[in-house]
Design a protein around this ligand. Sequence first.
Ligand code: DC
Length: 219
Amino acid sequence: MKINVAIDGPSGAGKSTVAKELCKRFGFVHLDTGSMYRAVAYTGLKKGLKMDEEDKIEEMIQNMDLKILSDGTVLVNGENITPYLRTDEISMGASDVSKLLKVRKALVQMQQKIAEGGGYIMDGRDICSVVLPDAEVKVFLTASSEERAQRRFLENVQRGMEADYPTILEDIKKRDYQDSHRANSPLMKTDDAVEIDSTNMTMDEVIDAVSDLVTKASL
Ligand code: DC
């Protein structure tokens, strides 16, 4: 059976970049679980739901055909909603909706089913602790909030998007706080996860460090 890799960490730590490169090197399939919370927030907001209406959102998830393709494309009832998921509104909505126990239960169940056969690299906030506690490789990838805000700022500039460093930093801090202080599955490092602080590392160095862990776990 193929191994699974779990990567947790705050937003902007580079989880997706590392996961994508590891897929190329080792043939894993990447599942960005954050995109599932984003899809729930987007669909709920479009329906006019408030992000704390737990029962209504749970019912919506039960009736929603959510598919994440291997290239990261997100389909809801056959519609490609990927381009709408990276706005500030959806980032905060996803963080809000991810506090709800019924939402977490529904999405965790889907994620566990997807990774059943192994060969997945999954990133999120609760992958090491809840979704894949038996993953062969567990990483907690972090960086200072200032460094993560700087990376997001440059990314936005490169994409021609609006970019204001103080606002980005404030949003990152707000989401960090909310994601790590919620009652249900808060973001945290498990004892068995290897912590990589990428503040003073290049992405290539981070990718090599995680690759080494995968190679060792595959021996
Ligand atoms: O990784 P991301 O920034 O796309 O995630 C969006 C939000 O979803 C994040 O603020 C917290 C939540 N999330 C979560 O609670 N558990 C996960 N496994 C993934 C994301």
